[in-house]
Design a protein around this ligand. Structure first.
Ligand SMILES: Cc1ncc(C[n+]2csc(CCOP(=O)(O)OP(=O)(O)O)c2C)c(N)n1
Ligand SMILES: [Mg+2]
Length: 366
């Protein structure tokens, strides 16, 4: 790959050292020890939620789970920069963003348990439900942003997508519209180096951030495992959007430390040395190192943080396992807004199929 851009902007080195970063620094001046500690707590909790959800899938309680291991700072740093009236359009992997927005832990996993067709009410948390169709959410975000612009409010849309998604027409179309109308939208690309088994070098022969200026959209290429850089960049982009400056593209350079989903085995296509290298850039470790140097980490703080994470895991597990099973025929309920003869026939056929089972076999737990 041709490394055409400067190195990703870094405000916190892997050793936990605060690095001066010119224009970025004023945007994070408020980050004192307690503020950094609050962000660190988020990182620990979301990693614990992710680990617990992965375990739940392995135990047969979830059908699938897309781990975010390694991408915690990119997600928490950007989500914590938002205002509550901003609107998030995520892919399937942004479960840490959902947590930061206040999505209830059980609601995060309902869709992965196959219990609902959609995880939560988007309007209570201003987060759309996860998009599985790669890149589609970038168009939704741009449309929402155009609406905000016409309503003359200063709320901003932010859309999350991966490196692979940048090869999709949807993302490119969204950028054309956003640039043409100067829509208040932030394109937040987590370059986690992989699109399932496809390495980023196949998707992009230049750095992904370099593409946006071709659309007329300024871009920032940042270290996505650096909480402070992510927060600063997102604040810059949000401020630009709020004040009529239009869209910004952020490429957060990070790494998917786990599998693509729990259905994937990355050892079949990934060099273990690559993972080992990225483990040294772990987003949690570096913030922990900075906080230790600042004297914020004490045994009591460690214990309280761990207790918070464990409580989240207990709540998630109980909520997941305790979810009532949906009525099987409800799968037909929200396909069409108006009656549909073909669907009605399918519903009747399926109801007949279900009654062909003995009731004890149909629900062995009953
Ligand atoms: C339109 C479309 N094409 C293909 C897929 C299958 N698919 C699911 S995830 C994925 C890779 C996406 O990679 P990336 O955008 O880098 O996001 P990441 O999973 O790494 O977060 C693909 C091709 C899909 N869901 N939607
Ligand atoms: Mg990717």
């Amino acid at each position: 790959m041709i490394d055409s851009s400067p190195r990703p902007v870094q405000l916190l080195s892997p050793d936990g050292e605060r690095m001066p970063a010119g224009d970025f620094d004023p945007w994070v001046e408020d980050l004192d020890g307690p503020a950094l500690l609050a962000l660190y707590r988020d990182l620990v909790v979301v990693r614990r939620i992710d680990t617990e959800a992965t375990a739940l899938q392995r135990q047969g309680e979830l059908g699938l789970w897309p781990p975010l291991l390694g991408q915690e700072a990119a997600q928490v740093g950007s989500a914590r920069a938002l205002r509550s009236d901003d609107f998030v359009f995520p892919s399937y992997r942004e479960n840490a963003v959902a947590y930061c927005r206040g999505v209830n832990l059980t609601d995060i996993v309902t869709v992965w348990r196959g219990n609902t067709q959609s995880g939560w009410d988007p309007y209570t948390v201003n987060v759309a439900t996860p998009a599985i169709i790669i890149g589609a959410q970038t168009l939704h975000a741009t449309g929402w942003a155009l609406g905000a612009q016409r309503d003359d409010v200063d709320s901003v849309a932010i859309t999350y997508f991966g490196d692979g998604a940048t090869s999709e027409g949807d993302v490119n179309e969204a950028m054309v519209f956003a640039a043409s109308f100067q829509a208040p939208v932030v394109f937040f690309c987590q370059n986690n180096h992989w699109a399932i088994s496809e390495p980023v070098g196949v998707q992009a022969h230049r750095n992904i951030a370099d593409r946006a200026p071709g659309f007329g959209i300024p871009s920032l290429r940042i270290d996505g495992n650096d909480m402070i850089a992510v927060l600063a960049a997102t604040r810059i982009a949000l401020d630009r959007a709020r004040t009529g400056g239009g869209p910004t593209f952020i490429e957060a350079v990070t790494y998917r430390m786990g599998p693509h989903t729990t259905a994937d085995d990355p050892t079949r296509y990934r060099d273990p040395a690559e993972l080992a290298e990225w483990k040294t850039r772990d987003p949690l470790l570096r913030l922990h190192r900075l906080l230790t140097a600042l004297g914020e980490i004490t045994p009591e703080v460690e214990a309280a943080t761990q207790a918070l994470a464990d409580a989240a895991a207990v709540e998630l597990r109980a909520g997941c396992i305790g979810m009532p099973d949906p009525e099987p025929l409800s799968v037909f309920d929200h396909v069409y807004a108006t009656p549909n003869a073909t669907l009605e026939r399918q519903r009747t056929d399926y109801a007949g199929y279900l009654t062909s089972f003995d009731s004890s076999e149909q629900n062995p737990k009953a």
